[in-house]
Design a binder for this molecule. Structure first.
Ligand SMILES: *Cc1c(COP(=O)(O)O)cnc(C)c1O
Length: 390
């Protein structure tokens, strides 16, 4: 979907002609007789501002319907509520930490089994799947090591046992990747990240492929009630108006930073799907339409937590914070932050070494970001020398 289409798919307000989507800050809607209304009765069930966002995201993802939730995790939770006790999930082992916590510590207790596999090898999905598998859950690229899974191939395997393929498309965004066109049944987003794009709200989205799934998610959304408020819906719509511009700039910035890091003597490994050295570069290139994302992770030759800490506390533009995808560049040290709850041995197995650093490139000038990374690496050396002298 081009920038033109995105912008012009957002309708002006049918009531007033307002070109900017009004914030319908109301809990209820007046009825002319019991059950006779203008399509809205209560704001948990529906709200005109939310409807614009939901239609916009459905459109962006090429799905049947969209649903807006209070957070990305609330969106994930709504999808899991499609399941019943005894059902099985096959999930990517490099899954978002919050999703792991929800699957393992909430849903396993309710009788749902989760089998985590390395989905970057399609055969692993084939081996893990059983007649009881109802969901196959993948992220591509993953966080923080940017692993890529073949959505189309995994979709075919899911179909073979009538399981639904769910893709968390947060990192790729609908600008780069359209999972439904590749065979996914459901797409979820943490709208907190690229969609809203300004690090100012938390939000979640679900997009369904079929009317049948739409009805089920609609029911769960209303029954469980974790909807996104109208003000945050407005901010998310406003964010999406510039998604195409922002995302492409963030991809360009990340590519420049990744290339710089690859050539730096103090850097060990660079994780970026746009590099030829990336294991599934060819698949990424195909399914992400040549856009490789705004996130770059890397490890240091001096593979210690102390070295990583010195780096992340000496950047100027990259601010140390959880989250990603906003206009301002952010960075984090996953072993001490996003992945602190994952035991070290498990972290190491999935490539999260002690010195792993994750960069989320914003929309600043490419040169400024490269210079910032360069000066922080230089600072590392300076600190090392000072420690040696003293
Ligand atoms: C942040 C994130 C989530 C969770 O979203 P929240 O809005 O923080 O609840 C889910 N998946 C991925 C890939 C994320 O990065």
């Amino acid at each position: 979907m081009s920038s033109t289409k995105i912008i012009h798919s957002i309708p002006s307000d049918p009531l007033t002609g307002a070109i900017s989507t009004p914030i319908y800050q109301t809990s209820t809607f007046v009825q002319t007789a019991p059950g006779v209304n203008k399509g809205y009765d209560y704001a948990r069930s529906n709200n005109p501002t939310r409807k614009v966002l939901e239609d916009l995201v459905a459109n962006l993802e090429g799905g049947h319907s969209g649903f807006a939730f209070s957070t990305g995790l609330a969106a994930i939770d709504a999808v899991l509520k499609l399941l019943s006790a005894g059902d099985e999930i096959v999930a990517v082992n490099d899954i978002y930490g919050g999703a792991y916590r929800l699957f393992t510590h909430v849903y396993e207790k309710l009788g749902i089994t989760v089998n985590y596999v390395d989905t970057t090898e399609v055969e692993n999905v084939q081996e893990a799947i059983t007649a009881n598998t109802k969901l196959v859950w993948i992220e591509s690229p993953t966080n923080p090591t940017l692993k890529i899974s073949d959505i189309q191939a995994i979709g075919k395997i899911a179909k073979s046992v009538d399981a639904l393929l769910v893709v968390d498309n947060t990192f790729a965004s609908p600008i780069a990747q359209k999972p439904i066109a590749l065979g996914a049944d459901i797409v979820i987003h943490s709208g907190t990240k690229y969609l809203a794009g300004h690090s100012d709200i938390v939000a979640g989205l679900v997009v369904t492929k079929t009317e049948e799934l739409s009805e089920k998610i609609k029911f769960i959304q209303n029954a469980s009630g974790a909807v996104l408020g109208p003000w945050d819906c407005f901010l998310c719509i406003r964010g999406i108006e510039t998604l195409d511009l922002r995302y492409k700039k963030q991809c360009d910035n990340a590519f420049s930073v990744a290339v710089f890091l690859v050539n730096h003597p103090d850097v060990d490994e660079v994780f970026y799907p746009g590099l030829f050295s990336h294991k599934n570069h060819e698949i990424a290139k195909k399914q992400q339409n040549g856009w490789f994302g705004g996130i770059v992770s890397f490890t240091l030759k001096e593979d210690t937590q102390e070295a990583a800490e010195a780096f992340v506390t000496h950047t100027q533009y990259f601010k140390l914070a959880e989250s990603l995808g906003g206009v301002k560049s952010l960075l984090c040290h996953p072993p001490q932050m996003t992945h602190a709850s994952v035991p070290r041995e498990i972290r190491l197995k999935s490539g999260i070494k002690d010195s792993l650093i994750r960069l989320s490139c914003g929309i600043e000038e490419e040169d400024d970001l490269v210079k910032d990374v360069n000066q922080a690496l230089a600072k590392l050396n300076q600190l090392k020398e000072e420690a040696y002298v003293s």
